[in-house]
Design a protein around this ligand. Structure first.
Ligand code: GAL
Length: 353
């Protein structure tokens, strides 16, 4: 008797599960692996992605690697063991992370490279902004102020493939003027970990070596530019020597309205993060992701030795300086009015949007 009851009960349960797909459908688990929290944008994008994943019924587990590429790989492998269905990676080191992506792919776990390329053709997708155009925009922003003299090239983290693409764009604009002898590149350095403190030290040494005879600085993001500006300020050069940035950070935009940082590059991460979560959920459900275009690793890395292709999508970027920071950044609520104008006298501020 008991046995018949058990069979009937099991059958009923099976019917209920079959009847309600929601019950049957396993909750999607997304892994988010983040290089560091030193740069202003990463915690912002983590929060956006976490909220969106939850809104779509998915779970999101994230881990920060504090600029430690080996730790990041361990964290990614651990996420696979924890049963994630897909992983979004903000890579500390694009080359080092390839082995973690390939190991996850072997276990059937798709990986999305977010903003920064992981140098593997086993990626399910690479989504970012037009990083070469970022570099062109930075160089044009500086040349708007001066197009001759002693230039300093301040690159980003050498392990970040984006830094190479920013530099490619910068040199496309600057090199012809170097060839004409109009510009002399007196220093060319890359900033470990994109660290502002490293940028300050590097700029101090360059200014000493050049006896402050520097006419412009092509820096690769707001953090390192503001670091360099610390050293320039100490020599009375801040606001006199044009310098570029990137990311439209609160501190960067504030420095622009105070006439120190010359320009930044606005990349609306409120477009990139939702794209990552939508793609992750599709991949986790085994669905095809539309709108991706194949690029070779060779053209993405400028390294002829790398083989294979990666499906990619790149978003547009906008150059921002004192003339459009209010319209592009404040009115779009990318940054807060008070964060940018707090040290500008009330009567010199634009109206509160
Ligand atoms: C780059 C990113 C930039 C900048 C930098 C420092 O990869 O594209 O937006 O933030 O890292 O984290």
């Amino acid at each position: 008797m008991k046995r018949i009851a058990a069979v009937v009960l099991a059958l009923c349960a099976a019917c209920v599960v079959a009847a309600s797909p929601a019950l049957a459908k396993k909750q999607i688990k997304i892994g988010l692996s983040i290089s560091d929290f030193e740069t202003e944008r990463w915690p912002v994008e983590q929060a956006i992605m976490t909220k969106l994943a939850h809104e779509q019924g998915a779970q999101l587990i994230s881990q920060v690697a504090n600029h430690d590429a080996k730790l990041q790989n361990d964290q990614i492998e651990n996420m696979v063991l924890q049963g994630v269905d897909v992983i979004i990676i903000i890579a500390e080191d694009g080359a080092a992370a390839a082995s973690a992506v390939e190991s996850a792919a072997r276990d059937g776990i798709p990986c999305i490279a977010y903003d920064r390329l992981v140098k593997s053709d086993k990626l399910a997708a690479y989504i970012s902004f037009d990083n070469v155009e970022v570099g062109r925009t930075q160089a044009r922003g500086v040349l708007n102020k001066t197009d001759k003299g002693n230039f300093v090239m301040l690159g980003g983290s050498p392990t970040d493939n984006n830094a190479v693409l920013f530099r490619k764009g910068q040199m496309e604009i600057i090199q012809p003027l170097v060839d004409k002898g109009q510009i002399k590149i007196v220093a060319d350095q890359w900033v470990e970990n994109w660290s502002p403190a490293n940028a300050t030290k590097i700029m101090e040494n360059i200014l000493t070596a050049q006896q402050n005879k520097v006419d412009a600085v092509v820096a690769s993001n707001d953090g390192t530019a503001l670091g360099a500006l610390q050293a320039m300020k100490a020599q009375g050069l801040a606001g006199k020597v044009p310098i570029s940035g990137q990311d439209a950070t609160a501190a960067g935009c504030k420095s622009i309205v105070e006439d120190e940082l010359t320009m930044t590059v606005y990349k609306d991460v409120r477009l990139l993060s939702p794209m990552a979560i939508d793609m992750a959920i599709k991949l986790a459900q085994g669905e095809k992701v539309e709108g991706l275009k194949d690029f070779s690793l060779k053209e993405l890395t400028l390294d002829d030795k790398l083989k294979g292709n990666v499906p990619c999508k790149f978003l547009k970027v906008v150059g921002v300086d004192k003339t459009n920071v209010y319209d592009e950044i404040v009115k779009s609520s990318f940054q807060k009015y008070d964060d940018i104008y707090k040290d500008i006298p009330e009567d010199k501020r634009p109206p509160r949007p």
